[in-house]
Design a protein around this ligand. Structure first.
Ligand SMILES: Cc1ncc(COP(=O)(O)O)c(C=O)c1O
Length: 367
């Protein structure tokens, strides 16, 4: 699915130099690279502030904690996402409320959000899934009408943008905050875990800065109970060295996606992913919808073709969320997606020959 060794070979000297500088200095905690990366990611995201943290999961958890949820407070999100989105709601003391998705983009359906709002609703978490943004221009007015926070889960969509009222708006730019993950498989991946929250709101950013450092703004004095969720300086150094390449990597992913989509255009079985015309996709994942998905998966695995299922079980049907009372059939569009999707390798270094082998293997299955 991913060839991180190929990426590393191409940028080895730059990343090793950045890493070595930290090692020679022996300054591992909150070194200058953290603030430098925060400034660079805020600039990329067109936000005023960015707060580094330990993972994309914590990037969700810290702002959710900052909402001071009371037991029974609800946060509306999509069931078709990585587990962390809903896990963070639970861990912040909230109750996840799942609503169905758009069958074309796999992103949360704005009209379903409106229908799920109750007096206990506190926030909405749209996920910009696979690298294209949710319909922010439809979600934000709903949030505004009901006084809700909007936390954009941008773990898969750093640098993705959407035309809103004629101008490009970045992932994380328009919500109360946006969250990013630097997990190694992301378009901008570290050498381990890392995350960041971007926001326009100074008071919110200050609260998050406190939250990531045990709730204190002055060392050993604690205004509230926070946690240790610093972004590691070594990770920040790696990410700073990689960041100048991000735009070209995402462009290469778009080129690979376009080649696949052209190759599958004639197939009546394989449905290629669709980019909402308002979006610029960054293709963290290239995800098909296909009949006989599980058999295709086995066929590709037997031929050692990289492929993966994101995600095989909608979150509303996960055993840990049984207490929420959802049943099979509750959210049919998400459930159908979980039965039909399969993601193919789309990483920037994928060669034409490798891509042709993937296409041939998929085609062979359906002929
Ligand atoms: C949509 C989404 N949200 C949150 C996360 C959590 O990020 P991390 O793995 O950095 O904790 C991920 C990571 O896979 C993700 O894809």
């Amino acid at each position: 699915m991913l060839d991180l060794v190929a990426q590393h070979r191409a940028i080895r000297d730059e990343v090793m130099a950045a890493m070595t500088a930290v090692v020679e200095r022996q300054g591992f905690i909150m070194g200058p690279e953290v603030a430098q990366l925060e400034a660079a990611v805020a600039s990329l995201s067109a936000t005023r502030f960015a707060v580094g943290c330990a993972s994309g999961t914590d990037a969700l958890l810290l702002p959710l904690r900052a909402l001071d949820l009371k037991p029974g407070d609800e946060v509306i999100t999509t069931p078709f996402t990585f587990f962390a989105t809903a896990g963070a709601i639970h861990n912040a003391g909230g109750r996840p409320v799942f609503v169905d998705i758009d069958p074309v983009t796999f992103n949360i359906l704005p009209e379903a959000i409106e229908a799920a709002i109750t007096p206990r609703t506190r926030a909405i978490i749209p996920v910009h899934l696979f690298g294209q943004m949710a319909a922010m221009e439809r979600i934000l007015p709903i949030a505004e009408r009901h006084g809700l926070a909007v936390i954009e889960d941008g773990a898969q969509s750093i640098g993705a943008r959407r035309k809103v009222n004629g101008s490009w708006r970045m992932t994380g730019e328009l919500g109360t905050c946006g969250t990013l993950s630097f997990f190694p498989s992301k378009n901008l991946g570290g050498w381990g875990d890392g995350g960041m929250i971007v926001t326009q709101d100074e008071a919110f950013a200050t609260r998050l800065l406190r939250q990531r450092l045990h709730g204190g703004s002055v060392q050993y004095f604690h205004d509230e109970v926070g946690t240790n969720s610093r972004l590691d300086t070594l990770q920040a150094a790696v990410l700073l060295a990689k960041l100048p390449h991000l735009a070209a990597w995402s462009e290469a992913r778009r080129r690979n996606a376009a080649r696949y989509t052209a190759a599958f255009a004639g197939s009546s079985d394989v449905r290629a992913p669709v980019t909402d015309p308002a979006n610029e996709h960054i293709y963290n994942q290239y995800t098909l919808r296909v009949p006989r998905r599980d058999a295709l998966l086995k066929h590709l695995q037997a031929r050692e073709i990289g492929c993966a299922i994101y995600y095989p079980l909608s979150l509303h049907l996960q055993p840990c969320f049984a207490y929420l009372g959802y049943r099979e059939g509750s959210l049919p569009v998400s459930e159908a997606a979980s039965r039909e999707v399969i993601s193919l390798p789309v990483y920037p270094e994928l060669s034409t020959a490798q891509q042709d082998a993937v296409v041939d293997a998929v085609r062979a299955f359906y002929t």
